[in-house]
Design a protein around this ligand. Sequence first.
Ligand code: K1U
Ligand code: ZN
Length: 238
Amino acid sequence: MRFAGGVNEERTVIAVRSRRINGRAGTDVHNRSPIGMAAFPEKFLRYATVRKHRRLTALYAPLTSPAMAVHDIIKLPDKRLRLVSEPVKRIDDGIRKLVEDMFDTMYKAPGIGLAAIQIGLPKRVVILDLSKKEDDHKPLVFINPEVTWTSEEKSKYEEGCLSIPEYYEEVERPARVKVKYLDLDGKAHETEVKGLLATCLQHEIDHINGVLFIDHLSRLKRSLIIKKFTKAAKKVEA
Ligand code: K1U
Ligand code: ZN
């Protein structure tokens, strides 16, 4: 995204979003993207400019990218969340665009992970970005991810879900897992992960298998939260 700010100076615009995340002040700077696109509507931005190079120009480029696509995230009790997603057979432009859209959607939410089914597409595609530093995004893409090993050791983490907004509960899962997956170039990987990465990856792999984090809670907690979201959805419909 470029912005020509004067007759002799071209600057690169860095999109900065500031908001409170779970009580914490959060600022996301989207100046790096895995696929060369991370632009945001003007209403989400304040602009920081970095002088790039001097150029004689009075050009005023549009501040948003037409390629940007933020999707609605489907919410409980939408039945699509219970679908088992289909494996990706070929990593083509459609999958690359899906991944771009998923990053736009996840960063805007904001969240630290997303599965394709959460934007209504039952494909086995998962993305994560656990980075904390505002100018240092670390986008991760997992295509057809599969857990191949789990540790006996467990860990607990207070999980959230963009499809069950504003509800957080502690979930116990294997502390370490091995996951095999394809990257966006179709290259196969198998990696052992732990900590928040292990938690989030298991949460997202659950999504592509139609499982939600509330399924790891007691039957009582699960039915209460489903009731609450069903009631809220009916109210919106009425
Ligand atoms: O899959 C999802 O719904 C995304 C989910 C991922 C996740 C979070 C915590 C534990 C397991 C999986 C979220 O991103 S919920 C939002 C959230 O946790 C968060 C958002 C912004 C900053 C920090 C955390
Ligand atoms: Zn989720």
